[in-house]
Design a protein around this ligand. Structure first.
Ligand code: BTN
Length: 254
C-alpha cells in the first residue's frame, strides 16, 4: 500500500491467498457499498472466469488476478467503452514496466507476438439509466513459464516473463496498472471517451488486419478498418461494412 502512486484506485485493498474468482468477491463488496477504487487481489483463483463463459488459468503467485470496483457517472451504454479504457491503461502499464511491446486485440485482449498475456472481464450492475458499479477484472500472466500453461492454451497464451526474458515484479506492475488506470479513468471523466478511444487505436493490433468474427449468431471475415464512437469494431466485408459490438475476433495470420 505504501508503494501506491494512485489516489483512488487501491485505497481499499482486499488481499487473499486464494479465491474462487476476484470478480465474484468484488461484486459482493460492490453490492454491499464498498467505495470506488476498492480492489481485490488473489494469489490464486480456483474458478477464475473468462469472457464468453470460459475459464481463466490462475496459478498461485504467478500472475496478477485483480478486480477493480468503479462507480462511473456514465450511462450503462458506455460499459463496453470502459473495457476498452481498461485495456489502454493496462497496456500502457505493462509496456512501461517490461518494455515487452504488447498490443491490444479488439476489444480488450493484450497480446505479445500473437499470444495472449492479459484478459479483461468487465461486469456491470446498473439500475434504470445509471451504472451502480462496474467490476473490471484483469488477469495478467506475469511469471508463468511457457511450459506451465495447460495444453489447451499452450499455443495461444504466454506471459510477460516469457515476453521480456526475465522475472517481472508483480508489485511494481500492480502499482503501475492502478496508476495508469486511474489516469485513463480521470481522462474519460474530464474529456469523454474520444481521447482514450484514439489512444486505443494507436495500441491496437487489430486495425488494418484480416479478421474472422465469430458472433453469437453469425460468422464472417473481412478487414478491421476502425472502431466507432461506441467502441464497436467496423469490418469491411464483401457485403459492405459490418459493425461488431460484442463477439470474438481472430486475426488471420499474414
Ligand atoms: C478473458 O479474456 O476471457 C477475460 C479473463 C479475465 C480474467 C480475470 S482474472 C481476475 C478476474 N477474476 C476472474 O474470475 N476473471 C478476471
Amino acid at each position: 500500500k505504501e508503494q501506491l502512486t494512485s489516489t483512488v484506485l487501491g485505497r481499499e485493498i482486499h488481499y487473499f491467498s486464494e479465491l474462487d474468482s476476484t470478480n465474484n468477491e468484488a461484486k459482493k463488496l460492490a453490492a454491499n457499498g464498498c467505495p470506488e477504487g476498492t480492489i481485490v487481489v488473489a494469489e490464486a483463483q480456483v474458478t477464475g472466469r473468462g469472457r464468453l463463459a470460459r475459464g481463466w488459468f490462475s496459478p498461485h503467485g504467478k500472475g496478477i488476478w485483480l478486480s477493480v470496483v468503479l462507480r462511473p457517472p456514465f450511462n450503462p451504454m458506455d460499459a463496453a467503452k470502459c473495457t476498452l479504457m481498461a485495456a489502454v491503461g493496462v497496456n500502457r502499464a505493462i509496456n512501461a514496466v517490461t518494455g515487452a511491446g504488447c498490443g491490444i486485440k479488439w476489444p480488450n485482449d493484450i497480446l505479445w507476438q500473437g499470444r495472449k498475456v492479459v484478459g479483461i472481464l468487465t461486469e456491470m450492475s446498473a439500475e434504470m439509466d445509471a451504472i451502480n458499479h462496474i467490476v473490471i477484472g484483469m488477469g495478467i500472466n506475469v511469471n508463468i513459464e511457457q511450459q506451465e500453461f495447460p495444453s489447451e492454451i499452450a499455443a495461444t497464451a504466454t506471459s510477460l516473463a516469457v515476453a521480456s526474458g526475465c522475472q517481472v515484479s508483480r508489485v511494481k506492475l500492480l502499482t503501475t496498472i492502478l496508476s495508469e488506470l486511474e489516469t485513463v479513468y480521470n481522462s474519460v471523466k474530464n474529456a469523454g471517451f474520444a481521447p482514450v478511444l484514439a489512444d486505443w487505436k494507436t495500441q491496437s493490433i487489430t486495425l488494418g488486419q484480416q479478421v474472422d468474427v465469430h458472433g453469437i449468431d453469425r460468422s464472417f471475415g473481412g478487414v478491421a478498418i476502425d472502431i466507432d464512437v461506441d467502441g464497436a469494431l467496423l469490418i469491411e466485408t464483401t457485403q459492405g461494412i459490418e459493425r461488431v459490438l460484442a463477439g470474438d475476433v481472430s486475426i488471420r495470420p499474414a
